[in-house]
Design a protein around this ligand. Structure first.
Ligand code: NAD
Length: 350
């Protein structure tokens, strides 16, 4: 079976993480792309060999029979576009964060069930070989009982350019942008426990800066938006208690006066051992002596693995690694962090 795919949004992540891997997939026909910027849609369609391009997703769905779509647009349009895809009988791979508010995320999960559609969230880091290796350690019981976790991405300067700093479009700053990745990874590795209480804090500590010779992710529209709105935090921290007793500390920044580091860091602490991502280490004790191991893992392309996994789920009608319900749980934690920061109080989840 050939899977007929459309891609909505032909900006930065679409060109890095989705289109090349659909184009190269032997069982995918890249039927069309859609972008509200028609010049970009036409150019990207030609670049990646999509048969047709559209200046809006409605026209694409009305004209094409699609089995599946990737949604690679700014955060506030993920849910309406995914609902549109379900109405037209297409399965969905939606970029992170699934949604910017919890009610919309839940609405999407309900719609996926109602329409019998596959809806996977693009939590790319779960597909990294090193993350998959840590998951094996946890599942084999090598850590004993997990009781604490830390999740961090601390950039010295790395505020993305474009709509990311505009809350109405992005839903928030580094929490929604990179916090979603590292929170999801730590939560998944820890066995996806049920959150009970959340305490969060958001700060705009540095805001705009003039630092030169530092890199940052750019929205394809950044050139038009560089002087746009900046009404989000650039540092976020949170403390989450789970019903099974685990606690998780989260810390993310786009700009912070510490060492420059863009790496995603996760530490899991258990009664028998611990693991860390970056550097990838398994901490244990043997014969009453510390024994630290560095698993030997070949690097892979997690974007390619993500697309292959999604196509397989579509073909075989099986639950993907990140079903929409797990995306909803992450949005629940993210929005509770924001609510706690606003109230300056711990939030109790139902
Ligand atoms: N998985 C990852 O590692 C990863 C990395 C970066 C970004 N992302 C996510 O990918 C998404 C896109 O980010 P980006 O950096 O590519 O942004 P971008 O601004 O470069 O691209 C977005 C594109 O979508 C188009 N668009 C916006 N609204 C649309 C609509 N309603 N219909 C059709 N087209 C529309 C824009 O014209 C633009 O071309 C975001 O949700 C972001 O969080 C994920």
């Amino acid at each position: 079976m050939t899977v007929r795919v459309g891609v909505i949004g032909t900006g930065s992540i679409s060109r890095v993480g989705h289109l090349p891997h659909y184009r190269n997939h032997p069982e995918v026909e890249l039927v069309a792309v859609a972008d509200v910027d028609p010049t970009r849609a036409e150019k990207v369609a030609a670049e990646f060999g999509a048969a047709r391009w559209y200046a809006n997703p409605t026209d694409m769905f009305d004209s094409e029979r699609l089995d599946a779509v990737s949604i690679c647009t700014a955060n506030n349009s993920h849910v309406p576009l995914a609902l549109m895809a379900f109405e037209h009988g297409a399965d969905v791979l939606v970029e992170k964060p699934l949604a910017t508010d919890l009610a919309a995320a839940r609405q999407l999960a309900d719609a996926a069930t109602k329409h019998g559609r596959i809806c996977m969230v693009g939590m790319t880091h779960r597909f990294r070989n090193d993350a998959q290796a840590l998951k094996r350690f946890v599942e084999a019981g090598d850590l004993g009982d997990l009781y604490a976790a830390r999740a961090q991405i601390l950039r010295r300067r790395g505020t993305p350019a474009g709509w990311f700093t505009n809350r109405a479009v992005s839903g928030g700053g580094p929490l929604m942008d990179i916090g979603v990745h590292v929170l999801d990874l730590a939560w998944w590795l820890a066995g996806m426990p049920v959150p009970e209480t959340v305490s969060g804090h958001l700060v705009t500590g540095i805001g705009r800066y003039n630092t030169v010779m530092s890199s940052r992710w750019r929205s394809s529209d950044a050139a038009n938006q560089d002087n746009g709105v900046f009404d989000v935090e650039d540092y976020a921290s949170a403390y989450i208690r789970f019903k099974n007793g685990l606690v998780l500390q989260l810390e993310v920044s786009w700009a912070l006066n510490g060492p420059q580091d863009d790496n995603l860091k996760v530490d899991l602490y258990g009664t028998k051992g611990g693991v860390s991502l970056d550097p990838l280490t398994y901490y244990s004790e043997r014969n009453d002596i510390f024994l630290d191991s560095s698993p030997s893992i070949e690097r892979n392309d997690p974007y390619e693995a993500e697309i292959h996994h999604f196509v397989e789920a579509v073909k075989t009608r099986t639950q993907p690694l990140i079903p929409v319900e797990q995306g909803v749980s992450i949005v629940e934690m993210l929005t509770a962090i924001v609510a706690s920061a606003e109230r300056r109080r711990e939030v109790v989840l139902g």
